[in-house]
Design a protein around this ligand. Structure first.
Ligand SMILES: *Cc1c(COP(=O)(O)O)cnc(C)c1O
Length: 391
């Protein structure tokens, strides 16, 4: 429970950042007289991703969840199709496919990182498997070379859940450009935000025309507006996946400021790593391993793993008593109340361990160095007290 009212020195887990021109751009969108989706700011954002990332067709969505749901519709996922998803992820990664009736086959994490363990994937593939959905946890790339080779060998779709992976890359290419489809998120807690928002990256050009129809409620409105269709009509299934221009205007300001936003996160991330590295080296807790050679991380989160769930909960409570909100992350989906009765029973020990021991520290643009130093000191004090108690 959060203290109420919040004390003056309270450090939240996240705080939305205003890069500068967000409100001015929202004013411009209102002045332009078009607030519904697919206006000028939407066009600018989508064009940015198509040109800078090399995405064949980029479509802004109301959320990362909506982008994943579009992916499931586009791939025509049918009841009893199987989709391979890591267990250690957000519900939407799986839910988007469950909504179409798919069975989720959960993959375990790597021993030292929450990303799915590609070495264990082949054993999960059956004749019913249609797609693999790798999640780039914390903006760190999955082993995409091995994953794409496997998917190609078995003729499977790849949908990257790149919700946390904006501005990160693998072998010189942006994450979110490897799968046939990819989903980004601009939720308040992500590096770049629209409040709520997302993007579907259509990297396989065969899927582009239908993606636009599904995006526009099953109509050919976008093609009609370009003069490519004689009539505006209902041509396929779809839903309302477009965000309003208000969200796109906010996002455009964040996209323009992405370099400054990323620099600040990197600076804060490196201060945590420098200060907490010695404790990790001494075996007090574990940090996630450094990004592999050839990958560019995006400093999305700073995580540490305690030696047990009891210790993790005690550390979170200790931080909160000192007015710092740190949080654990996912509860593995294979063990969730909804999916446990449907899960095939395989044990996923690495996902379980991250579920029990991982915590994320506050990391946001406007976190001040003094506040960060207080967080670091508090963690050091927790472990000093703990070692005294056990002596
Ligand atoms: C944030 C997130 C999502 C969902 O994105 P929303 O924009 O909040 O719908 C999906 N998957 C992962 C891995 C996420 O971190």
């Amino acid at each position: 429970m959060l203290p109420s009212p919040l004390p003056a020195d309270f450090i939240p887990f996240n705080r939305p950042h205003l890069a500068g021109p967000e409100l001015e751009y929202i004013r411009q969108a209102a002045a332009a007289g078009k607030l519904s989706g697919n206006g000028e700011f939407t066009r600018r954002c989508q064009q940015f991703f198509e040109q800078q990332y090399g995405i064949a067709k980029a479509l802004l969505t109301t959320s990362g969840t909506a982008a994943l749901e579009m992916a499931a519709l586009l791939l025509d996922i049918q009841p009893d199709d199987e989709v391979i998803v890591p267990s250690y992820t957000f519900t939407s990664t799986a839910n988007a496919f469950v909504l179409r009736g798919a069975r989720i086959v959960f993959a375990d994490s790597c021993p030292d990182h929450p990303n799915l363990d590609v070495a264990q994937l082949e054993a999960l593939i059956t004749p019913r498997t249609r797609a693999i959905v790798p999640v780039h946890y914390g903006g760190q790339a999955c082993d995409m070379a091995a994953l794409l080779a496997l998917a190609e060998r078995h003729n499977l779709w790849v949908v990257e859940d790149a919700a946390q992976a904006i501005e990160a890359s693998y072998q010189g290419r942006s994450l979110g450009t490897f799968g046939h489809l990819a989903a980004f998120s601009f939720h308040e807690t992500k590096n770049l935000s629209a409040g709520e928002g997302g993007l579907l990256a259509v990297n396989d050009p065969r899927l582009a025309a239908r993606a636009e129809i599904i995006w526009e409620k099953g109509t050919n409105r976008a093609a009609f507006a370009r003069g490519e269709a004689a009539r505006y009509e209902w041509v396929d299934v779809g839903s309302s996946f477009l965000p309003s221009e208000l969200n796109a205007a906010y996002l455009w300001a964040q996209l323009e400021s992405r370099k400054i936003i990323q620099q600040r996160r990197q600076q804060l991330w490196e201060r945590y790593a420098a200060a907490l590295g010695p404790l990790a080296a001494a075996g007090t807790f574990q940090l996630l391993p450094a990004p592999p050679i050839g990958t560019q991380p995006n400093w999305h989160l700073f995580a540490l793993c305690c030696s047990s769930r009891t210790e993790r909960d005690a550390l979170l409570a200790y931080l909160l008593r000192h007015h710092i909100l740190a949080v654990f992350h996912y509860l593995p989906l294979h063990a969730s109340p909804y999916y446990a009765p449907r899960h095939d029973g395989r044990l996923l020990p690495n996902a379980d361990r991250f579920g029990q021991t991982l915590i994320r520290l506050p990391l946001y643009h406007d976190l001040q160095f003094e506040q960060q130093d207080r967080i670091i000191r508090c963690i050091e004090n927790f472990y000093k007290r703990k070692s005294h108690r056990t002596l």
